[in-house]
Design a protein around this ligand. Sequence first.
Ligand code: FEO
Length: 413
Amino acid sequence: MYTVRKVTEDLYWVGANDHRLALFENIFPISRGVSYNSYLLEDEKTVLFDTVDWSAARDLIKNIKDVIGDKDLDYVVVHHMEPDHGGSLEEICIRYPNVTIVSSEQGFEIMRQIGFSKVDEHKQIIVKEGDTISFGKHTFAFVEAPMVHWPEVLMSFDVTNGVLFTADAFGSFGALDGKLFNDEVNFDRDWLDDARRYYSNIVGKYGPFVQDVLKKAATLDIKYICPLHGPVWRNDFAYLLDKYDKWSKYEPEETGVVIAYASMYGNTEHAAQTLASRLCDKGMTNVVVHDVSRTDVSELISDVFKYSHLVLASVTYNLNIYPVMKNFIMDMAALNVQNRTIAIIENGTWACTVGDKMEEIIDDELKLCDVLNDRVTINTSLNKANANDMNSLVDSILESMKNIKELKEKLNK
Ligand code: FEO
């Protein structure tokens, strides 16, 4: 009954799907919803791994009862205290007054900061890297994963059967809606874009920390990856790990071009579309075009993580960068975007300053990004004189793609 799914012999998914929340963290649109994954181990001891957002506590409680009935809950392990997972901890404490809470030292501090008054009425076990706890047949080893995505984050590994609980890592936006495992969905078709958008916007800033975790994971014999959002992985780990490796090294997944334009009356948009057509003319059809006024910045960021090249086309506004374009560039800086080739198209009717302004921020804030010299400057609308500039920009983009490919081949030899 209810929405429980069996993960392994003794482990159950008891989480919840949320289609009511419009904005995750009150900032990211989630048109496909989101899942809060909570897991319940029924061993000699009963153990809950993380909870759900408080708005979904009813689903969690029903699911727990569905698995253990009137049995008591012995432990709740809190890998990550962000309220989308820790939000129902107080409810668990109230319903299960004998439950022992297991978390990192900082995890407990955050529980108190949130105001969970019941926490200190419970037995507490503080765990750190390398600590183990046995719940019966199953013994768990704890792994510290700071900044993936908060500083208190823990992962844990069931050494008995190879189940790795990864907190936010390997998670995704999107509600599960009955499906649970990666092989029950077409991940590449239906989930990858949301997984990338989730990673790049939420954990993207912390690539080196993710690299540290990937190195630790490489030493484990993993059979299942249980994240706190999205599908549970039970095969095809190489696919997932390769994506995470690329994203956390800020390496593009694909050679291609994102053209992001800020246009007031359609002229800069026309320039962006012209560039897209000219690139396709020359065989580079892996091109996406976004209106920064209409595309949510989280989607722009996701595509920047995916593609190798970025063209910023902006109108001048108040002698500066058009506000939504500036927000996009500053968001790239905040999320540590690096290692991209960037081109600039600027537009201005009487004082075209936006190109220099954008280049200044890129130089100051974005690491290891090359700005191509072939900038296109438009005086209000594209004219014949711009045709040569546009052709030069296309050639320059294609040339840089060729150079990157040759460099990679050399490095791989
Ligand atoms: Fe899904 Fe950082 O919480």
